[in-house]
Design a binder for this molecule. Sequence first.
Ligand code: HEC
Length: 150
Amino acid sequence: MAEALTRSAARNIFFGGSLFFFIVFAALTAHTHWYMLNVSTDEEALTEQVKLGKHVWEQHSCINCHSLLGEGAYFAPELGNVWTRYGGRENPDAARAGLKGWIRAQPLNVPGRRVMPKIDLTDEELDALVEFLAWTDSIDTQGWPPHPAG
Ligand code: HEC
């Protein structure tokens, strides 16, 4: 098997393989970018209120305890689907009131349960936050999270 692989053949395989997979990588990156902008982002529903809600979400570091679509901390429930879990798809008004009421009612201090702190938010901020959670819920996550509570 002495003639198996010459030096130049090995070099060609190395450079050819590197180039090939770099092109595949670049194509997949471009496709992901295109897909995010044109298919998976519901831009029409991305209102100023949703943007304000995202800002409130970031300002108060909700992600330090919660996860959103699997990203974040696993101390508190997943909130990417909380809108559906509160019945927002069937009855948006009740879900809006339920979510706002929940956030306002903290801390519950139920023994043996993890505590969510009181977070001071204006009515406008709360409304925006709920719209942000509803918008996030509309993202097609292709079945994530596998369990409804995250
Ligand atoms: C210090 C940790 C912490 C922070 C920060 C926090 N939460 Fe929570 N949150 C919790 C915990 C713990 C629970 C569950 C409490 C329970 O079940 O009694 C919870 C529950 C919730 C629920 C109800 C979830 C459900 O499935 O019923 C919502 C909605 C919520 N949080 C929204 C928020 C928002 C919005 C923010 C940011 C403004 C936030 N939380 C910040 C700890 C936190």
